[in-house]
Design a protein around this ligand. Structure first.
Ligand code: NAD
Length: 493
């Protein structure tokens, strides 16, 4: 009996090795080539391809993701739940290490917040959001169900690479999809590392391979190849104006989480300390890398002094005019002729997401250890106001009236329709600003994060679809609504 079992095991091992040697889609019969330790050069699984979801080319990644989508479909909603649980748990368990790895690679932001952004992935909604909509009447019953697209192509930003990837996975897999990522080149290694670890755990738990795929070295060419691939039914783009424009030109449906430049209005009915501490919390978060982060503040003239004092009381450091000028010269480059006759300011990338101490150094001021945010009075047409600067510095602009504050806020927001914030206890002011700016997120009397369920009611997503209108993405965003109709029957009463 023991001999028999041994022979059987040898046969099974030989069969399995034979199949492996046959490569993708190869024959599983006895004519399969002998296994080799070296991958064949012309084989799709050589190099990075097939390394737990990390692929050299977009087309290989899409082939693998399509196969994974079909596997997920077979395994049902239970498997989706398992995947979501794995991704959320791994983000939490690895938050310290992965946060550090992402910061070391991207070199922007703050370690404490890189870690926290992974720990809060648990707040991203999953399959519980996909209850079908049922209708029942004299003519029978009808069910509208939220069904998957198949394979989604997703583009992630440098500002939160693993968190955006993980949040997208939770939403997209909840809806039954597989996904292929083209990450930002400056935060692509950490994204690939997370994809490998997720896929290893997903395969162990569910048997599904390559549910989350990524292109190891993302480029504009791999973006184009991804968008053109026949399996990609939908795009989800999180980034600035260039990638949104590029996605819109592909001819595929694109859910675009685009840029923001959130203005804040503080009126004379607001609690100054609450306003200041909220603005510091939101504007300093990850060194102001959040697309929803407070970027410029307009304050009513009659309360301006009180507000500036409250900012200092709550730990921010004020720059004087000379220091502001030195910081502005360092943080922007100015090109003549690109600003409609005036010189045009472009953000100096060396300062994006850097600590307040780096900015203070450029401004020529020494600040206490642990200072999170700098601020200064500026004009409304200062580059720190109109450029999405992503630095822990907030320009504060004096306005004569609420009407002027709303108008200035609208100009600074550039009609991105992303995020705006008011600190006020006057509902008329709140309503007027909400109507005028028409932003996707409008937060009253709290830091920007309250708009994503962090201190306010609501759920989290790192992709807020602004120009295309889907809003804060959730599992339903990544579904096709299909209607199933039973005529004259199955209504039971
Ligand atoms: P980015 O626009 O430089 O890059 C975003 C992604 O797009 C990257 O993967 C990049 O490689 C790719 N990309 C850039 N230009 C491209 C092009 N022409 N064709 C194809 N792909 C291209 O942005 P970033 O610096 O990584 O992130 C910050 C920007 O993203 C800010 O504007 C911020 O407001 C925005 N953002 C928006 C949201 C949101 O939910 N709305 C979330 C995070 C970041």
């Amino acid at each position: 009996m023991a001999e028999l079992n041994e022979a059987l095991i040898k046969d099974v091992v030989a069969e399995v090795l034979g199949r492996l040697g046959a490569g993708n889609g190869g024959s599983s019969g006895s004519a399969a080539p002998a296994p080799s330790a070296e991958p064949k050069k012309d084989c799709k699984c050589n190099g990075a391809s097939g390394d737990h979801g990390v692929f050299a080319t977009a087309n290989d990644a899409c082939d693998a993701a399509q196969a994974a989508f079909l596997q997920l479909r077979e395994k049902g909603v239970a498997a989706r739940r398992q995947v979501i649980d794995i991704v959320k748990t791994m983000c939490d368990d690895n938050s310290q290490e992965w946060g550090r790895i992402e910061l070391e690679e991207s070199k922007i932001g703050r370690l404490d917040h890189k870690i926290e952004k992974l720990q809060i992935i648990k707040n991203v909604p999953g399959v519980e959001w996909l209850n079908p909509y049922g209708m029942s009447g004299d003519n029978g019953i009808t069910l509208e169900e939220y069904t998957p697209f198949g394979v989604i192509g997703a583009i992630t930003p440098s500002t939160h690479s693993i968190p955006t990837l993980a949040g997208n996975v939770v939403n997209m897999v909840a809806a039954g999809n597989a996904v292929v990522f083209n990450a930002h080149p400056s935060a692509a290694r950490c994204a690939a590392m997370a994809v490998r670890e997720f896929n290893k755990a997903i395969e162990r738990a569910t048997g599904i391979k390559n549910l989350i795929c990524i292109i190891e070295q993302p480029t504009l060419d791999s973006f184009a190849e991804l968008c053109a691939n026949e399996y990609i039914r939908l795009l989800c783009v999180t980034g600035g104006p260039a990638v949104v424009a590029a996605a819109m030109k592909t001819g595929k449906r694109a859910i675009c989480a685009g840029p923001g430049n959130p203005p804040v209005l503080v009126d004379d009915t607001a609690c100054m300390d609450r306003a200041a501490s909220s603005i510091i919390t939101g504007g300093a978060y990850d060194n102001n890398l959040l697309c929803i982060g407070e970027k410029e503040v307009f304050v009513l003239e009659n309360t301006f002094g009180k507000f500036m004092s409250a900012m200092e009381r709550n730990g921010a450091v004020q720059l004087n005019a000379t220091q502001l000028d030195a910081l502005t010269q360092a943080a922007f480059t100015f090109k003549d002729g690109e600003g409609g006759g005036c010189s045009h300011a472009a953000v100096n990338k060396d300062f994006i997401g850097k600590d307040a101490s780096v900015l203070a150094n450029a401004a020529g001021v020494s600040i206490p250890n642990g200072t999170q945010l700098l601020f200064a009075e500026t004009d409304a047409d200062h580059p720190f106001v109109y450029e999405e600067q992503m630095m822990p510095f907030i320009p504060i602009v004096r306005v004569k009236s609420v009407e002027e504050g709303i108008e200035r806020s609208k100009e600074a927001e550039h009609n991105y329709k992303h995020t705006s914030i008011i600190h006020s206890h006057n509902v008329n002011h709140m309503t007027a600003m909400a109507r005028a700016l028409d932003t996707t997120l409008f937060v009253k009397n709290g830091p920007c994060g309250a708009g994503l369920g962090l201190g306010g009611e609501g759920y989290l997503s790192f992709s807020i679809a602004t120009p295309t209108g889907e809003g804060i993405t959730n599992p339903k965003t990544f579904t096709r609504v299909r209607r199933c109709v039973m005529v004259d029957n199955l209504r039971i009463y």
